[in-house]
Design a binder for this molecule. Structure first.
Ligand SMILES: Cc1ncc(COP(=O)(O)O)c(C=O)c1O
Length: 373
């Protein structure tokens, strides 16, 4: 009889007694939402990210939506983003009736190519949503200069990049709104949740009001100064976030070590290439470990083989513009963004999380080697 193989998951959060203790404290306090844990969490996050202000929200997607709304984007506007990202990078402004315009990516960084962004600007362009894909900082200085030249709002989708640094500064410290996400596959988690950082006190006031049904500071519970949403994070989730922020440096260094282990294990595996290494200006925060499988290899067969060995992988990421609703609603099709599409056809996310065992990484790489042979 075949011995059942233990599954190595694609991702797994790292939690210990500290999360349990802090969550229990909130539960026992009786104040599960709009309590004191939220500003504590926000203060810690702002400090860690070098941001003047931070507002906690219910997810990365809702944070992006609020940023878009504060930028005043609406029907008839165009917003430029990367086709090689998660759908929320575009959905956040489609919610407001704006039209998605994609600019192709750089084949090395896999982030927006600033020259392609500039070429995509029209008279209707109002904003750029710049994404730090796979935790690698995008060329935000160049993109910001383009936005300044053309009078566009800049929103940074750093949902995959908590802890990454650009030119020695943490993402989130740039002054424009940047959004981070805390789904359990991320560097740190709150279960569901997100945070928006900003250098503007006015943005902060709007974020706090819009996430709370449009109530302003001066409003009573049933008074609403503006049209808003319920995008609040609960104190229970924020308690998890505090425990995670306390150990964030440890989580990030475990992830870097795991990435370095994969890197050396994969060094002699043919037909696989790995992500761009850091340089002086770009310090990646390891979110996923993605490899590029050589052309001519059937990625679906590699995935099926690994699945059979109890190893979870994912074709990551599918291009946004090729999602069915995008084709149907906006008429996007293949060959529009060749670099993103080429990349997307060959990239594969391997099991990756803070506490992944070295033995499991060896098992993954050996199985991948056999699959490719
Ligand atoms: C690039 C990017 N943007 C936005 C999001 C949305 O975050 P959430 O799932 O917390 O809504 C994600 C989530 O994975 C993401 O990867």
């Amino acid at each position: 009889m075949k011995t059942p193989t233990r599954t190595i998951p694609l991702s797994r959060p790292f939690l210990d007694e500290r999360e349990e203790d802090l969550v229990l404290e909130v539960l026992r306090s009786g104040q599960l939402s709009l309590g004191p844990v939220i500003p504590r969490f926000e203060g810690m996050a702002a400090d860690r990210l070098g941001a003047p202000y931070a507002a906690a929200v219910s997810s990365g997607t809702t944070g992006l939506h609020l940023a878009v709304r504060i930028a005043g984007i609406g029907p008839g506007d165009e917003v430029i983003t990367s086709p090689f990202s998660f759908v929320a990078s575009a959905n956040c402004f489609i919610y407001e009736g704006a039209k998605p315009v994609f600019a192709d990516i750089d084949p090395q960084t896999l982030n927006l190519d600033p020259a392609k962004v500039e070429a995509a600007i029209t008279g209707k362009t109002r904003a750029v949503v710049a994404v730090d894909i796979f935790g690698y900082p995008c060329e935000i200085d160049q993109i910001e200069a383009i936005c300044d030249r053309h009078g566009l709002a800049l929103i940074q989708d750093s949902c995959q990049a908590l802890g990454a640094e650009y030119k020695g500064r943490p993402l989130g410290s740039g002054g424009h709104m940047a959004v981070f996400a805390f789904y359990p596959n991320k560097q740190m988690t709150t279960g569901e949740g997100g945070i928006v950082t900003t250098g503007s006190a006015e943005h902060l006031e709007l974020l706090v009001s819009l996430r709370n049904q449009g109530r302003a500071d001066v409003d009573g519970w049933l008074d609403h100064s503006r049209f808003g949403f319920n995008y609040r994070l609960s104190d229970v989730h924020a308690a998890i976030g505090i425990a995670q922020l306390e150990k964030l440096d440890h989580l990030l260094s475990m992830r870097s070590a795991a990435a370095a282990r994969y890197h050396s294990l994969l060094a002699d595996v043919d037909k696989v290439s790995t992500l761009l290494p850091d340089d002086a200006d770009h310090r990646r925060s390891w979110f996923v470990y993605v490899v590029k499988i050589a052309s001519g290899i059937r990625r679906d067969r590699v995935i099926a083989y690994l699945e059979d060995q109890g190893i979870q992988t994912r074709p990551y990421l599918p291009c946004i513009h090729l999602q069915r609703y995008m084709r149907e609603q906006f008429g996007f099709h293949e060959w529009m963004f060749p670099v993103a599409e080429e990349t997307s056809r060959h990239t594969l996310a391997l099991p990756f999380y803070s506490a992944i065992e070295p033995d499991d990484q060896e098992r993954v790489v050996e199985a991948l080697r056999s699959a490719l042979a």
